[in-house]
Design a protein around this ligand. Structure first.
Ligand code: PLP
Length: 437
């Protein structure tokens, strides 16, 4: 390097690390990550990609606003309660606090009064049983698919699980329940047809090799027209010796008047199901989890199965489940019950403010949905702001990020799944996205 080589002007590592903005970023991101940004930027200057005088500025702008987490919060303006691409159910404030607490050392497997080891997840189990007194016992695993795998492996590995051809569903991303069940060692015996299955079909198929009968709720599609299905109650009455396993998916613990066709855990248990399976992050409104409710002897077989250890949940999930059930109703339950008139008032209020700012919007009737979590096609009447379709991309990439619904060549902004306290932020986001800051 000669005396007048411009590379001599590249700032030294120690000088860059000592700059206040860089020093502060190290507290958020760790020293190694910050040092990596510094050395790669110096490298760019040595290659001549940027001038030596720009190095400090480039380092600072690379680090500005960067945090250890790349996930970004999104305002869900789609009207879809359980939005798979947005992480399904958002946690209640109580459950978020619980996750924060559980992130440290906690007495998850310790009895502080005796100093001895205690059962894991006892508090979450107690909360589940208090919320669903029809269950004798409950067990939490990683997700709904894990619950189904554990149930069928424990009850029917090396034996047969009998299921209707109308219930052989794909749950998304190419994952099919039949393949999942067979991967656990149970052989599936399919009965009936896609649209009609009768009690006699099950009774003929059940025999000495049967481990369980499965009822899977088609939570993401509907078969309409000439159909027939057999209820849990009919199966239990006709086959009292065979455990009936009901995979309900969505996670309603009790009948929900707003969703008349959606099955619930208590009713399925009363009808005689030995086990009922639900997801934690659909209408239960909690974290990703699979919850198994059922008869004490059956749940106990599952708890001691080797797979139970592989499918168990961490302390964060146990904490979030407990707080979801013990605390105030989680967001998805509040939004399911949202009053259409109140939604209209909020929507009109935002529309007036936008029009005052010179932005042309319309208020239109818009149905919300439960989403991937259940009640396929069932409308939840509400309202939306209708803005030009081009606004959608600017909303997604703005701050805060807003996901709206694209429909009929327009961008629809539905307030159902937005906390009222966020209406101001949403308003600002729409103003900015409409190009009139
Ligand atoms: C959603 C669903 C599943 C899968 O549950 P995950 O929690 O997504 O693993 C299984 N069965 C039914 C009926 C479902 O609705």
């Amino acid at each position: 390097m000669s005396q007048d080589d411009p590379r001599r002007a590249i700032p030294r590592t120690d000088d860059l690390l000592a700059r206040p903005a860089v020093h502060e970023a190290a507290a958020r991101l760790g020293a190694d990550a910050v040092r990596w940004v510094v050395t790669t930027t110096q490298e760019r200057a040595r290659r001549g990609d940027i001038g030596p005088e720009a190095v400090a500025e480039v380092v600072e702008s690379e680090l500005a606003g960067r945090t250890a987490l790349s996930l970004r919060p999104v305002l869900n303006a789609t009207g879809i309660l359980v939005h798979t691409n947005l992480g399904r159910a958002p946690l209640s404030a109580a459950a978020r606090d619980a996750v924060h607490t559980a992130g440290g050392y906690v007495d998850v497997e310790l009895d502080l009064s005796t100093g001895r080891r205690s059962g894991r997840g006892e508090a979450a189990r107690a909360a589940l049983l208090a919320a669903c007194p029809d269950a004798e016992d409950a067990l939490v695993v990683n997700n709904g698919a894990a619950a189904l795998l554990l149930a069928t492996a424990a009850l029917a590995a090396g034996r047969e699980a009998v299921i209707s051809r109308g219930e052989l569903i794909e749950i998304g991303a190419g994952f099919r329940l039949p393949e999942l069940i067979e991967s656990g060692g149970a052989r599936l015996v399919e009965v009936g047809s896609t649209n009609r299955t009768h009690l006699v079909d099950y009774v003929d198929a059940v025999g000495e090799h049967t481990g369980c009968v499965l009822k899977v709720h088609p939570s993401n599609y509907r078969v309409e027209g000439f159909t027939a299905a057999v209820s849990v109650s009919e199966l239990h009455q006709a086959l009292p010796q065979t455990p009936v396993v009901a995979d309900l998916g969505s996670g309603l613990l009790h009948p929900e008047p707003a969703l008349p066709d959606e099955p619930d855990v208590s009713s399925a248990l009363r009808a005689g199901a030995a086990l009922v399976l639900v997801s934690g992050d659909k209408l239960l409104g909690g974290p990703q989890a699979g919850v198994l409710f059922g008869r004490a002897d059956v749940v106990s077989r599952l708890r001691s199965h080797p797979l139970a250890r592989a499918l168990r949940v961490d302390k964060l999930t146990l904490a979030a489940i407990e707080a979801t059930l013990v605390g105030p109703p989680p967001p998805v339950r509040r939004w399911l019950a949202a009053d259409p008139d109140a939604l209209r008032t909020r929507t009109e209020r935002l529309a007036t403010r936008l029009r005052d700012g010179g932005i042309d919007v319309e208020v239109v009737a818009h149905d919300g949905r439960v989403g991937g979590g259940g009640a396929p096609g069932f409308p939840l009447p509400g309202w939306a702001l209708r803005v030009p379709v081009e606004v959608a991309a600017a909303l997604r990439t703005g701050e805060p990020a807003v996901l709206a619904r694209l429909h009929d060549g327009a961008c629809l902004i539905d307030l159902r799944c937005v906390e009222e306290a966020d209406d101001e932020r949403l308003l600002t986001a729409v103003v900015v996205a409409s190009g009139r800051p």
